[in-house]
Design a protein around this ligand. Structure first.
Ligand SMILES: Nc1ncnc2c1ncn2[C@@H]1O[C@H](COP(=O)(O)OP(=O)(O)OP(=O)(O)O)[C@@H](O)[C@H]1O
Length: 265
């Protein structure tokens, strides 16, 4: 079975704190898969390691069989991994279109003189970039707002804009960190459809998400992290019925329990 992303025995310590211990899993190309786990389990740290914001203490992370260790975040973006953040990071004072174009810069090839003198090559690239940005916004059903300021968007729409901007780097693997946090149920349903459409265009999607209905509805494969260790891998049905997973969620006095389908509904 081919693998796009592979984590092999990855650990990450912060001083004496073992935030991740011996984490291994992989993401198959063309799939939608997810990483779940109670608060503080180490999920965001996994994303930070994959995207090169932090190095693992031990272990290997590889894309298409090539290690990503030692590469800087922009090199990992260039290798084909894009992400969104739990705390939305968009430029609120810019339009939606400009936000997406900013994400595109590694693909523009005109250099500073082109920018300064508006050479024909620059103008052609600029036009291509705008067309592509509009297309990406249309994938997220935001193209009708392309020229609005990002600041005027609802919270849910800002999350979708972040996805469009991540896609602007032309990734093969899209990492989504809590894509539906703060969204209402209509927005969640719409985003589900849009993510399936993105997958249909050939992208691979790997998400961290607390909303179990969303994760279970979208992901073919799910890995479960608890106290820095993977405690289960499998399809939604298998995960839902896994005694260790149920225990991990029930053992917490937070609202996670209420959203594990089949457990507390
Ligand atoms: N840079 C850091 N230095 C020290 N500790 C850190 C650092 N980053 C994360 N941690 C710790 O690692 C643990 C896991 O954090 P992480 O954000 O990865 O969890 P999470 O599963 O994403 O949680 P949540 O679902 O609440 O976002 C936490 O105890 C956190 O305090």
């Amino acid at each position: 079975m081919s693998k796009l992303l592979t984590l092999t025995n990855v650990s990450r310590h912060f001083g004496g704190l073992k935030v991740l211990q011996d984490v291994s899993f992989d993401v198959r190309p063309g799939t939608i898969s997810g990483l779940i786990g109670p608060n503080g389990a180490g999920k965001t740290t996994v994303f930070n390691l994959i995207t090169g914001l932090l190095p693992p203490t031990t272990g290997d992370i590889a894309l298409d069989g090539k290690t990503l260790l030692g590469r800087k975040p922009h090199q990992i973006t260039r290798a084909g991994i894009a992400r969104t953040f739990q705390n939305i990071r968009i430029f609120k004072e810019m339009t939606l279109l400009e936000n997406v174009i900013v994400g595109m810069h590694r693909h523009m090839d005109y250099g500073v003189p082109g920018l300064l003198f508006a050479l024909p090559k620059y103008r052609a690239e600029e036009r291509r970039a705008r067309d592509r940005a509009r297309e990406l916004l249309s994938w997220m059903k935001l193209d009708h707002k392309a020229d609005d300021l990002a600041d005027n968007l609802s919270y849910g729409a800002q999350r979708k804009l972040e996805i469009a901007r991540a896609l602007a780097t032309e990734p093969t693997l899209l990492l989504l960190d809590e894509p539906v946090a703060g969204m209402n149920s209509t927005e969640k349903t719409e985003l589900m459809r849009e993510i399936v459409n993105i997958q249909g265009r050939g992208y691979t999607i790997f998400m961290i998400e607390h909303d179990m209905r969303f994760v279970m509805g979208l992901c073919e494969e799910i890995s479960v992290l608890n106290f820095g260790k993977i405690i289960a891998h499998g399809g939604p049905e298998q995960i839902r019925n896994d005694p260790q997973v149920i225990e991990a969620y029930l053992g917490r006095e937070d609202d996670e329990v209420a959203v594990v389908p089949g457990v507390a509904e």
